[in-house]
Write a protein that binds this ligand. Structure first.
Ligand SMILES: [Zn+2]
Length: 410
Protein backbone atom coordinates (compact mmCIF):
# COMPACT_ATOMS: atom_id res chain seq x y z
CA UNK A 1 0.00 0.00 0.00
CA UNK A 2 1.34 3.40 -0.94
CA UNK A 3 1.22 6.12 1.68
CA UNK A 4 1.74 9.76 0.91
CA UNK A 5 2.81 11.68 3.99
CA UNK A 6 1.37 15.15 3.86
CA UNK A 7 -0.27 17.41 6.36
CA UNK A 8 -1.23 20.92 7.32
CA UNK A 9 -1.56 22.05 10.91
CA UNK A 10 -3.04 25.37 11.91
CA UNK A 11 -3.48 26.01 15.62
CA UNK A 12 -3.62 28.89 18.09
CA UNK A 13 -0.04 30.04 18.85
CA UNK A 14 -0.73 29.19 22.51
CA UNK A 15 -2.75 26.31 23.90
CA UNK A 16 -2.79 25.66 27.64
CA UNK A 17 -4.50 22.63 29.15
CA UNK A 18 -4.94 21.62 32.78
CA UNK A 19 -6.60 22.30 36.09
CA UNK A 20 -5.52 25.79 37.15
CA UNK A 21 -4.42 26.85 33.66
CA UNK A 22 -6.88 29.77 33.79
CA UNK A 23 -4.23 31.51 35.92
CA UNK A 24 -2.38 32.10 32.61
CA UNK A 25 -5.19 34.33 31.36
CA UNK A 26 -3.62 37.69 32.26
CA UNK A 27 -0.30 36.63 30.76
CA UNK A 28 -1.98 35.71 27.49
CA UNK A 29 -4.32 38.72 27.29
CA UNK A 30 -1.50 41.16 28.06
CA UNK A 31 0.10 40.32 24.72
CA UNK A 32 -2.72 42.22 23.03
CA UNK A 33 -3.60 45.12 25.34
CA UNK A 34 -5.60 46.16 28.39
CA UNK A 35 -9.11 46.62 26.99
CA UNK A 36 -10.96 43.33 27.00
CA UNK A 37 -14.38 42.47 25.62
CA UNK A 38 -15.59 39.33 27.40
CA UNK A 39 -18.25 37.34 25.50
CA UNK A 40 -19.76 35.04 28.07
CA UNK A 41 -22.56 32.48 28.32
CA UNK A 42 -25.35 34.16 30.32
CA UNK A 43 -25.66 31.41 32.96
CA UNK A 44 -21.95 31.77 33.85
CA UNK A 45 -22.24 35.37 34.98
CA UNK A 46 -23.33 34.47 38.51
CA UNK A 47 -20.93 31.57 39.00
CA UNK A 48 -18.07 31.94 41.50
CA UNK A 49 -15.47 30.77 38.98
CA UNK A 50 -16.47 33.48 36.49
CA UNK A 51 -16.57 36.22 39.14
CA UNK A 52 -13.19 35.14 40.45
CA UNK A 53 -11.77 35.19 36.90
CA UNK A 54 -12.98 38.74 36.19
CA UNK A 55 -11.88 40.01 39.62
CA UNK A 56 -8.42 38.70 38.97
CA UNK A 57 -8.23 40.33 35.54
CA UNK A 58 -9.30 43.67 37.01
CA UNK A 59 -6.72 43.31 39.77
CA UNK A 60 -4.15 42.74 37.03
CA UNK A 61 -5.09 46.07 35.42
CA UNK A 62 -7.48 45.00 32.64
CA UNK A 63 -10.63 46.91 31.74
CA UNK A 64 -13.29 44.30 31.06
CA UNK A 65 -16.63 44.91 29.32
CA UNK A 66 -18.92 41.89 29.54
CA UNK A 67 -21.43 40.95 26.84
CA UNK A 68 -23.58 37.96 27.77
CA UNK A 69 -26.59 38.35 25.50
CA UNK A 70 -25.74 35.18 23.60
CA UNK A 71 -28.52 32.86 22.43
CA UNK A 72 -27.39 29.29 21.87
CA UNK A 73 -28.51 29.01 18.24
CA UNK A 74 -26.53 32.15 17.31
CA UNK A 75 -29.11 33.93 15.17
CA UNK A 76 -27.38 36.47 12.92
CA UNK A 77 -29.32 39.38 14.50
CA UNK A 78 -27.87 38.64 17.96
CA UNK A 79 -24.37 38.64 16.47
CA UNK A 80 -24.95 42.02 14.83
CA UNK A 81 -26.06 43.37 18.23
CA UNK A 82 -22.99 41.91 19.92
CA UNK A 83 -20.78 43.48 17.24
CA UNK A 84 -22.38 46.90 17.87
CA UNK A 85 -21.61 46.49 21.59
CA UNK A 86 -18.04 45.55 20.70
CA UNK A 87 -17.56 48.61 18.46
CA UNK A 88 -18.68 50.87 21.33
CA UNK A 89 -16.01 49.44 23.58
CA UNK A 90 -13.23 49.22 20.97
CA UNK A 91 -11.44 46.33 22.72
CA UNK A 92 -7.83 45.29 22.12
CA UNK A 93 -8.76 41.65 22.51
CA UNK A 94 -11.85 39.45 22.84
CA UNK A 95 -12.08 36.92 25.64
CA UNK A 96 -14.66 34.17 25.06
CA UNK A 97 -15.79 32.14 28.07
CA UNK A 98 -18.53 29.58 27.54
CA UNK A 99 -19.73 26.67 25.46
CA UNK A 100 -19.27 26.29 21.73
CA UNK A 101 -21.87 28.95 20.96
CA UNK A 102 -20.11 31.62 23.02
CA UNK A 103 -16.79 30.76 21.40
CA UNK A 104 -18.31 30.82 17.92
CA UNK A 105 -20.07 34.11 18.74
CA UNK A 106 -16.74 35.64 19.74
CA UNK A 107 -15.11 34.51 16.48
CA UNK A 108 -17.91 36.12 14.48
CA UNK A 109 -18.02 39.33 16.52
CA UNK A 110 -14.30 39.77 15.88
CA UNK A 111 -14.92 39.15 12.19
CA UNK A 112 -17.80 41.67 12.03
CA UNK A 113 -15.89 44.37 13.93
CA UNK A 114 -12.78 44.02 11.78
CA UNK A 115 -14.19 43.34 8.32
CA UNK A 116 -17.84 44.46 8.48
CA UNK A 117 -21.09 42.62 7.76
CA UNK A 118 -23.29 41.10 6.72
CA UNK A 119 -22.07 37.69 7.87
CA UNK A 120 -23.56 36.10 4.75
CA UNK A 121 -20.55 37.48 2.82
CA UNK A 122 -18.40 34.90 4.55
CA UNK A 123 -20.61 31.77 4.40
CA UNK A 124 -18.53 28.88 3.13
CA UNK A 125 -14.78 28.41 3.09
CA UNK A 126 -11.86 30.80 2.80
CA UNK A 127 -13.95 33.94 2.34
CA UNK A 128 -12.67 35.81 5.41
CA UNK A 129 -10.25 38.42 4.01
CA UNK A 130 -7.72 38.58 6.86
CA UNK A 131 -7.06 38.44 10.60
CA UNK A 132 -9.70 39.75 13.03
CA UNK A 133 -9.41 40.99 16.60
CA UNK A 134 -7.25 38.69 18.73
CA UNK A 135 -9.37 36.07 20.50
CA UNK A 136 -8.57 34.17 23.68
CA UNK A 137 -10.94 31.20 24.00
CA UNK A 138 -11.80 29.54 27.31
CA UNK A 139 -14.29 26.69 26.84
CA UNK A 140 -16.60 25.73 29.70
CA UNK A 141 -17.97 22.62 28.01
CA UNK A 142 -15.97 19.76 26.54
CA UNK A 143 -17.06 19.02 23.01
CA UNK A 144 -17.00 21.48 20.15
CA UNK A 145 -13.25 22.08 20.16
CA UNK A 146 -14.09 25.58 18.91
CA UNK A 147 -11.17 26.95 20.97
CA UNK A 148 -8.75 25.53 18.39
CA UNK A 149 -10.79 25.19 15.18
CA UNK A 150 -11.21 27.42 12.11
CA UNK A 151 -15.01 27.25 11.98
CA UNK A 152 -18.09 28.95 13.45
CA UNK A 153 -21.73 28.04 12.84
CA UNK A 154 -24.72 30.43 12.77
CA UNK A 155 -28.49 30.35 12.29
CA UNK A 156 -29.60 32.54 9.41
CA UNK A 157 -33.38 32.90 9.05
CA UNK A 158 -32.85 32.79 5.26
CA UNK A 159 -31.48 29.24 5.46
CA UNK A 160 -33.18 25.97 6.40
CA UNK A 161 -30.04 24.62 8.05
CA UNK A 162 -27.29 26.23 10.09
CA UNK A 163 -24.51 27.72 8.01
CA UNK A 164 -20.78 27.56 8.61
CA UNK A 165 -18.01 30.07 8.13
CA UNK A 166 -14.60 28.42 7.88
CA UNK A 167 -11.30 30.19 7.59
CA UNK A 168 -7.85 29.86 9.12
CA UNK A 169 -8.38 33.46 10.26
CA UNK A 170 -11.09 32.28 12.67
CA UNK A 171 -8.64 30.20 14.71
CA UNK A 172 -8.34 31.81 18.17
CA UNK A 173 -5.08 33.47 19.16
CA UNK A 174 -4.94 31.42 22.34
CA UNK A 175 -6.90 28.59 23.94
CA UNK A 176 -6.95 28.03 27.68
CA UNK A 177 -8.71 24.79 28.56
CA UNK A 178 -9.17 24.46 32.30
CA UNK A 179 -11.39 21.47 33.20
CA UNK A 180 -12.44 23.32 36.37
CA UNK A 181 -14.86 25.28 34.17
CA UNK A 182 -16.58 22.09 33.01
CA UNK A 183 -17.41 20.86 36.52
CA UNK A 184 -20.68 22.79 36.54
CA UNK A 185 -21.97 21.53 33.18
CA UNK A 186 -25.34 19.75 33.40
CA UNK A 187 -25.56 16.05 32.63
CA UNK A 188 -27.12 16.37 29.17
CA UNK A 189 -24.63 19.05 28.10
CA UNK A 190 -21.74 16.85 29.23
CA UNK A 191 -23.23 13.88 27.38
CA UNK A 192 -24.06 15.53 24.06
CA UNK A 193 -20.96 17.73 23.90
CA UNK A 194 -18.77 14.78 24.91
CA UNK A 195 -20.18 12.33 22.39
CA UNK A 196 -19.80 14.98 19.68
CA UNK A 197 -16.12 15.20 20.59
CA UNK A 198 -15.86 11.43 20.10
CA UNK A 199 -17.54 11.82 16.70
CA UNK A 200 -14.96 14.49 15.82
CA UNK A 201 -12.15 12.11 16.74
CA UNK A 202 -13.62 9.18 14.78
CA UNK A 203 -14.53 11.19 11.69
CA UNK A 204 -11.14 12.89 11.70
CA UNK A 205 -9.34 9.56 11.91
CA UNK A 206 -11.46 7.95 9.19
CA UNK A 207 -11.47 10.95 6.82
CA UNK A 208 -10.51 10.27 3.23
CA UNK A 209 -7.24 11.56 1.88
CA UNK A 210 -7.47 14.60 -0.38
CA UNK A 211 -4.28 14.96 -2.36
CA UNK A 212 -2.94 18.41 -1.48
CA UNK A 213 -2.34 20.81 -4.35
CA UNK A 214 0.29 23.03 -2.87
CA UNK A 215 0.21 25.64 -5.61
CA UNK A 216 -3.32 26.88 -4.87
CA UNK A 217 -5.15 28.21 -1.82
CA UNK A 218 -5.38 25.25 0.53
CA UNK A 219 -8.79 24.08 1.66
CA UNK A 220 -9.61 24.88 5.29
CA UNK A 221 -10.21 21.18 5.96
CA UNK A 222 -7.61 18.89 4.44
CA UNK A 223 -9.00 15.37 4.82
CA UNK A 224 -6.61 12.75 6.17
CA UNK A 225 -3.70 14.51 7.74
CA UNK A 226 -0.34 13.12 8.81
CA UNK A 227 -0.16 15.44 11.82
CA UNK A 228 -3.47 14.52 13.38
CA UNK A 229 -3.86 10.74 13.07
CA UNK A 230 -2.32 9.81 16.40
CA UNK A 231 -3.98 12.83 18.02
CA UNK A 232 -7.42 11.64 16.88
CA UNK A 233 -6.83 8.13 18.23
CA UNK A 234 -5.64 9.52 21.57
CA UNK A 235 -8.74 11.68 21.70
CA UNK A 236 -10.94 8.62 21.18
CA UNK A 237 -9.09 6.78 23.97
CA UNK A 238 -9.57 9.59 26.49
CA UNK A 239 -13.22 10.10 25.61
CA UNK A 240 -14.10 6.42 25.37
CA UNK A 241 -12.61 5.64 28.77
CA UNK A 242 -14.09 8.57 30.70
CA UNK A 243 -17.19 10.08 29.12
CA UNK A 244 -19.63 7.72 30.86
CA UNK A 245 -18.00 8.46 34.23
CA UNK A 246 -18.12 12.24 33.66
CA UNK A 247 -21.82 12.02 32.78
CA UNK A 248 -22.70 9.64 35.63
CA UNK A 249 -20.66 11.46 38.27
CA UNK A 250 -20.40 15.16 37.32
CA UNK A 251 -18.03 15.95 40.20
CA UNK A 252 -15.49 13.33 39.11
CA UNK A 253 -12.46 15.55 38.52
CA UNK A 254 -10.39 12.85 36.87
CA UNK A 255 -13.11 11.98 34.37
CA UNK A 256 -13.76 15.66 33.65
CA UNK A 257 -10.07 16.15 32.96
CA UNK A 258 -9.93 13.19 30.57
CA UNK A 259 -13.03 14.32 28.69
CA UNK A 260 -11.81 17.92 28.43
CA UNK A 261 -8.44 16.75 27.14
CA UNK A 262 -10.04 14.32 24.69
CA UNK A 263 -12.31 17.05 23.41
CA UNK A 264 -9.36 19.42 22.92
CA UNK A 265 -7.36 16.76 21.06
CA UNK A 266 -10.38 15.95 18.91
CA UNK A 267 -10.66 19.66 18.09
CA UNK A 268 -6.99 19.78 17.08
CA UNK A 269 -7.57 16.76 14.84
CA UNK A 270 -10.81 17.69 13.10
CA UNK A 271 -9.86 21.36 12.92
CA UNK A 272 -7.27 20.19 10.41
CA UNK A 273 -9.01 17.28 8.69
CA UNK A 274 -12.70 18.18 8.87
CA UNK A 275 -15.55 15.83 9.74
CA UNK A 276 -17.82 13.87 7.41
CA UNK A 277 -21.09 11.95 7.24
CA UNK A 278 -22.48 12.12 10.79
CA UNK A 279 -22.09 15.88 10.54
CA UNK A 280 -23.50 16.20 7.02
CA UNK A 281 -26.57 14.23 8.17
CA UNK A 282 -26.95 15.98 11.54
CA UNK A 283 -27.37 19.47 10.06
CA UNK A 284 -30.77 18.80 8.42
CA UNK A 285 -31.86 16.48 11.26
CA UNK A 286 -30.98 19.09 13.87
CA UNK A 287 -32.90 21.72 11.91
CA UNK A 288 -35.96 19.44 11.57
CA UNK A 289 -36.06 18.22 15.19
CA UNK A 290 -34.43 21.10 17.13
CA UNK A 291 -32.28 18.54 18.91
CA UNK A 292 -28.73 19.29 20.11
CA UNK A 293 -25.87 18.86 17.64
CA UNK A 294 -24.11 16.16 19.66
CA UNK A 295 -27.29 14.17 20.21
CA UNK A 296 -27.58 13.91 16.43
CA UNK A 297 -23.95 13.23 15.55
CA UNK A 298 -23.67 10.67 18.38
CA UNK A 299 -26.87 8.93 17.34
CA UNK A 300 -25.74 8.75 13.70
CA UNK A 301 -22.11 7.68 14.12
CA UNK A 302 -22.71 3.90 14.56
CA UNK A 303 -24.87 3.86 11.41
CA UNK A 304 -22.28 5.83 9.45
CA UNK A 305 -19.53 3.39 10.47
CA UNK A 306 -21.73 0.37 9.68
CA UNK A 307 -22.40 1.75 6.19
CA UNK A 308 -18.70 2.44 5.62
CA UNK A 309 -17.78 -1.10 6.71
CA UNK A 310 -20.37 -2.82 4.53
CA UNK A 311 -20.08 -0.56 1.47
CA UNK A 312 -18.89 -2.52 -1.53
CA UNK A 313 -16.58 0.34 -2.54
CA UNK A 314 -14.78 0.37 0.81
CA UNK A 315 -11.16 -0.73 0.60
CA UNK A 316 -9.38 -2.74 3.27
CA UNK A 317 -7.96 0.44 4.74
CA UNK A 318 -11.41 1.67 5.77
CA UNK A 319 -11.96 -1.44 7.88
CA UNK A 320 -8.46 -1.10 9.35
CA UNK A 321 -9.12 2.47 10.37
CA UNK A 322 -12.44 1.65 11.98
CA UNK A 323 -10.69 -1.28 13.70
CA UNK A 324 -8.09 1.13 15.08
CA UNK A 325 -10.94 3.14 16.59
CA UNK A 326 -12.19 -0.12 18.11
CA UNK A 327 -8.73 -0.61 19.63
CA UNK A 328 -8.73 2.94 21.02
CA UNK A 329 -12.11 2.19 22.61
CA UNK A 330 -10.74 -0.92 24.30
CA UNK A 331 -11.25 -3.81 21.86
CA UNK A 332 -8.63 -6.54 22.04
CA UNK A 333 -10.29 -8.76 19.42
CA UNK A 334 -7.90 -10.68 17.21
CA UNK A 335 -9.13 -9.74 13.75
CA UNK A 336 -9.57 -6.43 11.98
CA UNK A 337 -13.18 -7.23 11.29
CA UNK A 338 -13.95 -8.01 14.93
CA UNK A 339 -12.23 -4.87 16.20
CA UNK A 340 -14.17 -2.80 13.64
CA UNK A 341 -17.45 -4.38 14.83
CA UNK A 342 -16.38 -3.68 18.41
CA UNK A 343 -15.88 0.00 17.51
CA UNK A 344 -19.53 0.20 16.52
CA UNK A 345 -20.86 -1.76 19.48
CA UNK A 346 -18.79 0.30 21.97
CA UNK A 347 -20.23 3.53 20.58
CA UNK A 348 -23.75 2.07 20.69
CA UNK A 349 -23.20 1.03 24.33
CA UNK A 350 -21.75 4.43 25.27
CA UNK A 351 -24.73 6.17 23.66
CA UNK A 352 -27.12 3.99 25.72
CA UNK A 353 -25.24 4.72 28.95
CA UNK A 354 -25.15 8.50 28.55
CA UNK A 355 -28.66 8.94 27.16
CA UNK A 356 -28.17 9.45 23.41
CA UNK A 357 -31.31 8.11 21.67
CA UNK A 358 -30.83 4.99 19.55
CA UNK A 359 -32.98 5.87 16.55
CA UNK A 360 -34.32 8.74 14.49
CA UNK A 361 -37.87 7.58 15.29
CA UNK A 362 -37.24 8.41 18.94
CA UNK A 363 -36.48 12.04 18.10
CA UNK A 364 -39.59 12.51 16.00
CA UNK A 365 -38.34 11.92 12.46
CA UNK A 366 -40.84 10.14 10.19
CA UNK A 367 -39.91 7.69 7.45
CA UNK A 368 -41.37 10.04 4.85
CA UNK A 369 -38.79 12.69 5.72
CA UNK A 370 -35.77 10.48 5.04
CA UNK A 371 -35.31 11.12 1.28
CA UNK A 372 -35.48 14.89 1.78
CA UNK A 373 -33.01 14.71 4.69
CA UNK A 374 -30.62 12.66 2.53
CA UNK A 375 -30.93 15.21 -0.24
CA UNK A 376 -30.23 18.11 2.13
CA UNK A 377 -27.23 16.28 3.60
CA UNK A 378 -25.82 15.64 0.13
CA UNK A 379 -25.51 19.42 -0.33
CA UNK A 380 -22.72 19.49 2.27
CA UNK A 381 -20.30 18.68 -0.51
CA UNK A 382 -17.11 19.38 1.43
CA UNK A 383 -18.13 16.99 4.21
CA UNK A 384 -19.25 14.34 1.72
CA UNK A 385 -15.94 14.66 -0.14
CA UNK A 386 -13.91 13.45 2.83
CA UNK A 387 -16.18 10.52 3.72
CA UNK A 388 -14.25 7.23 3.96
CA UNK A 389 -16.31 5.74 1.10
CA UNK A 390 -18.03 7.40 -1.86
CA UNK A 391 -21.28 8.77 -0.42
CA UNK A 392 -23.97 9.32 -3.06
CA UNK A 393 -27.50 10.18 -1.87
CA UNK A 394 -28.40 6.45 -1.98
CA UNK A 395 -25.80 5.68 0.68
CA UNK A 396 -26.97 8.62 2.81
CA UNK A 397 -30.52 7.30 2.57
CA UNK A 398 -29.34 3.81 3.53
CA UNK A 399 -27.68 5.27 6.64
CA UNK A 400 -30.83 7.17 7.52
CA UNK A 401 -33.03 4.10 7.07
CA UNK A 402 -30.91 2.09 9.49
CA UNK A 403 -30.78 5.02 11.91
CA UNK A 404 -34.53 5.38 11.62
CA UNK A 405 -35.23 1.87 12.85
CA UNK A 406 -32.19 1.64 15.11
CA UNK A 407 -30.34 -1.25 13.46
CA UNK A 408 -26.58 -0.77 13.45
CA UNK A 409 -25.65 -4.45 13.34
CA UNK A 410 -27.00 -5.63 9.98
ZN1 LIG B 1 -19.68 18.20 15.90
Amino acid sequence: MKYVTAGTLRLPPRVHFGYGSRAQLSEVLRLHGRWVLAIVDPFLIETPIFRETITRLEADGFHVAVHSDISPELPTASLDAAAAFAREHAPDVILAIGGGSALDAAKLVGLLVTHGGPLSRYYGENLVPGPSLPLVAVPTTAGTGSEVTPVAVVSDPEHEMKVGISSPYLIPTAAIVDPEFTLGAPRSVTAFAGIDALVHAVESYTAARLEPSWDTTLPVFTGRNAFTESVALRAAEHLGSSLAAAVGDPGNRGAREEVAFGSLLAGVAFGATGTHLSHALQYPIGAATKTPHGLGTGLLLPYVLRACLTDADADAEVAERIAAIGGALGSTAATTEARARDAISSIVALNRTIGVPASLQEIGITRRQLPHLAELASRSTRLIAIAPVPAPPALLLDILEHAYTGRSDS
